[in-house]
Design a binder for this molecule. Structure first.
Ligand code: ADP
Ligand code: TYD
Length: 210
């Protein structure tokens, strides 16, 4: 088919330190080099309003917000990101690559402090209602992920300070999500060199975007 390329919506998910940001950037560079118009974005954040909410949720005391309040804040940030950044880019035929999306809320808020997955899903269908076309789940040994994440530690440490036990549950949770949504999720072994992982991801993206 000739004419403008269709837009595509790609997310990266995985535990902290698994290499999502590195690989999202690599895929964006790769697709740009092949002539695609790419918007590289992230959550929480990706629009001015959502970046303001990012500071509220990621900085400060780990007990600052309840899980329920976090669900509302992350979903509010996502709604603004969708309205201001994601939908306009897809409508213009661009590829949107986001570092985290709703799967992160399904896990971090959905299972860590009680079973709130049903609440996350209800609010998602009410306020967001879209899923990525393709989700890369970057899989990584939790201890190694935590080592990597702590090595570049900054002000955004609310979640990282929850420690390794949480990382273990998150890793299992991401693998379970991949099994729950097999049509859009692809698990990628993140414990290899940046180049090897990037080549793997580029090959999957090429097949899916074709
Ligand atoms: P995430 O976004 O999942 O938290 P990052 O992409 O920020 O992960 O990577 C976390 C740290 O690990 C960074 O310092 C990054 O340079 C490093 N890193 C990323 N991918 C690899 C890899 N394949 N091998 C070794 N180190 C990596
Ligand atoms: P991120 O900046 O991607 O951190 P990292 O690079 O360490 O993976 O995300 C920041 C934190 O926000 C991360 O610990 C996961 C958390 N988070 C949630 O708890 N819920 C969400 O819906 C999202 C998008 C992120």
């Amino acid at each position: 088919m000739s004419g403008a390329a269709r837009g595509a919506f790609i997310s990266f998910e995985g535990i902290d330190g698994s290499g999502k940001s590195t690989q999202a950037r690599r895929l964006a560079d790769h697709l740009r080099a092949s002539g695609r118009d790419v918007v590289l974005t992230r959550e929480p954040g990706g629009s001015p309003g959502a970046e303001d909410i990012r500071r509220l949720v990621l900085e400060g005391d780990p007990d600052r917000w309840s899980a329920e309040t976090e669900i509302l804040l992350f979903t509010a940030a996502r709604r603004d990101h969708l309205e201001k950044t994601i939908r306009p880019a897809l409508a213009a035929g661009k590829v949107v690559i986001t570092d985290r999306f709703a799967d992160s809320t399904r896990l971090y808020q959905g299972i860590t402090r009680g079973d709130l997955r049903g609440v996350v899903d209800r609010l998602h269908s009410l306020m967001i209602g879209v899923e990525p076309d393709l989700t890369f789940i970057v899989d990584m040994d939790p201890a190694e992920g935590l080592r990597r994440a702590l090595a570049r530690r900054g002000a955004e440490e609310r979640f990282e300070s929850f420690g390794e036990a949480l990382q273990v549950r998150m890793r299992d949770g991401f693998l379970a999500l991949a099994a729950e949504f097999p049509a859009r999720c692809v698990v990628i072994d993140g414990a290899r060199s940046v180049e090897t992982v990037a080549a793997d991801i580029a090959a999957v993206a090429a097949r899916r975007l074709a």
